[in-house]
Design a protein around this ligand. Sequence first.
Ligand code: AMP
Length: 301
Amino acid sequence: MSLLVTGSIGIDTVKTPYGVSKDCLGGSAVYFSMAASLFSPVRFIGVVGSDCPFDLAEVFAGKNVDLTGLEVRPQSKTFRWAGTYSDDLDDRTTDYVELNVLAEAPPKVPDQFKNSKFVFLANTAPALQHELLEQVDKPVFVAADTMNCWIEDHLADLEALLKKIDCLTINEDEARMLADDQNLTRAAQKMLRMGPGLVVIKKGASGSMMCNADGDTFILPAYPATDVKDPTGAGDCFAGGFMGYLAKNARTDFETLKTAVAYGTVVSSFSIADFSLSGLTLTKRNSVDKRLRTLRNITRF
Ligand code: AMP
């Protein structure tokens, strides 16, 4: 089934103990699309300014990502973000965020994308996520991601969005912040009461936890990756693997959702091996499936 994504396209500067990547390609929708296209065609919606140095058509060449929804605004500037990671790569501080085009009106959903059935609202301003979603006719499964700055400064918009979506993907610190609860299991229950029937909490190197409103829970460790240079975009790649697998199979029962979490886990393990999109660009589906089999073997008992 068709899969639509909207989110950020970023000019990122990333510092990790393994090096610095200045003004490289990033953004939640970009990472998501690279990951999801391993499973399913992706319909991409995003906006950049005239200063954007990247040719997304080249980036996604041969990848089954439809860029009809990419808008270039001549008078605007592209979103920029910079972050620095701790020595163990577990913590990240944001050095700066320049919202630029993300603070403007959302891009339009092209007519041929309006019938999309699976929708992922990757991290961007919740008001933009909301407006984008309203332009889609009858989606069957809508998931959204968010982050600390939106929880802190745009909570009312985010709360309104949560009532309209089926699934929230969120990292553990942001889950604690949104639910105002340090206990992750309780935080998941509180977020379920805010609207979505499904919550997936990403815990970085500690794996992930998925809970639904019927009381089902699934917990999976991260893939034991030995090659880790830059965790930026891992959450978006997780979501890409997760949604790509669901859209491909056109199912959202709990067993399918569990496999989708496992694919999300494995895809993000490729992304973190190198800076920007380099870890994932050359990854092929058969390498993903091989890691999935390994993950299955080491978690079965
Ligand atoms: P992740 O590591 O999964 O949190 O994703 C990092 C990516 O999200 C980077 O490539 C950034 O360009 C992008 N990003 C960072 N902050 C924001 C924000 N406030 N809104 C949208 N995208 C963001």
